[in-house]
Write a protein of this length. Structure first.
Length: 317
């Protein structure tokens, strides 16, 4: 394997962005590098027009724009990449992917929630069919939750575990839901702790975990969180892009429902549970966890980025 030499450019801040892996070598000078990695998340300088102008005009980056690697992880803030840059974008919406051919849709750096299920029964019986705990910001989420509640009404109501909230108790240095029960000094409020406990309870005992969009066209954090726990996320919305679609059989490990059908989510999931037997569900859960470990684990992001960068350089050679 040909070594990949990279230079870590920290002139505009250091967000810890780096490459790693076999035959991936950090060098001390940009002139010796195959690629220059902008070490800060793009949204940080982009918030200041003067700082962003300095990034775009930076001579180290401008010298070989097709060899610049940049990263962004900023929810609905759209930072337009400089043409030619290899641009890794978490939660990239379809409109951005279509506009920039060098953009690489990338997974959120969500935590490993595999520990949640370690003491959970893994057989064909589950306490819940569907779970959701989180922010209900858009009508698509409201309609989806209402549809599920209606489809599991009456004696089946106990088979769903749904808690939607109008306010956001989110990230305190980590994604919501990632803290272990006895985390000390994490600065979480009692309400956040309560919600996280409910989130863990749902993931531990359910087959399906709802992940309706909370930002239009952006794949929700809950998607990769569920996969890390070996659960099947139900993605509801439009215009999102699944990362590494050329490597991951997403149709095996997610249920993807268009936003226009949010009012039908309940019947759709009822049919899924009827037609996918428990043994197949268990196989898909194992596949979900394995996929997360191979392609989505945030601890492997530097190696995964390096793989994609190497592939692009080889394709352009």
């Amino acid at each position: 394997m040909t070594p990949l030499h990279w230079y870590r450019h920290v002139a505009h801040g250091d967000g810890g962005i780096r490459l790693a892996g076999q035959d991936v070598v950090e060098v001390a000078r940009p002139a010796d590098a195959d690629v220059v990695v902008l070490a800060v998340c793009l949204f940080q300088p982009h918030r200041d027009p003067a700082a962003w102008a300095r990034v775009v005009a930076d001579p180290v980056l401008a010298a070989r724009p097709t060899r610049v690697v940049a990263y962004d992880c900023a929810d609905d803030e759209i930072v337009p990449p400089v043409p030619g840059w290899t641009y890794f974008r978490c939660g990239a919406p379809r409109r951005l992917v279509d506009a920039y051919p060098t953009l690489v849709p990338f997974p959120w750096p969500s935590p490993d929630l595999g520990w949640i299920r370690r003491d959970a029964p893994e057989g064909p019986e589950r306490r819940y069919d569907v779970t959701f705990q989180g922010w209900v910001r858009l009508p698509v989420a409201e309609r989806a939750l209402a549809s599920v509640s209606q489809a599991w009404s009456g004696p089946d109501a106990a088979r769903v575990h749904l808690q939607g909230h109008a306010d956001f108790h989110g990230y305190r240095g980590h994604a919501a839901g990632c803290h272990r029960p006895n985390d000390a000094g994490s600065g979480l409020s009692e309400e956040t702790r309560r919600r996280e406990a409910a989130y863990r309870e749902g993931l531990r005992h359910a087959w399906l975990s709802l992940a309706p969009e909370s930002i239009p066209s952006v794949l929700r954090y809950r998607t990769t969180e569920a996969l890390s726990c070996g659960r099947i996320p139900v993605v509801i919305g439009d215009g999102h892009v699944f990362p590494f679609a050329d490597r991951i059989a997403w149709s095996r490990i997610v249920v993807d429902i268009a936003g226009a059908r949010a009012h039908e989510v309940g019947p759709i999931l009822r049919e899924w549970l009827r037609t996918v037997p428990p043994e197949e569900r268990l196989a898909r859960e194992a596949e979900a966890r394995a996929t997360w470990a191979r392609w989505l684990d945030k601890d492997r992001h530097p190696e995964i980025m390096a793989t994609r960068v190497r592939e692009r350089l080889e394709a352009a050679a």
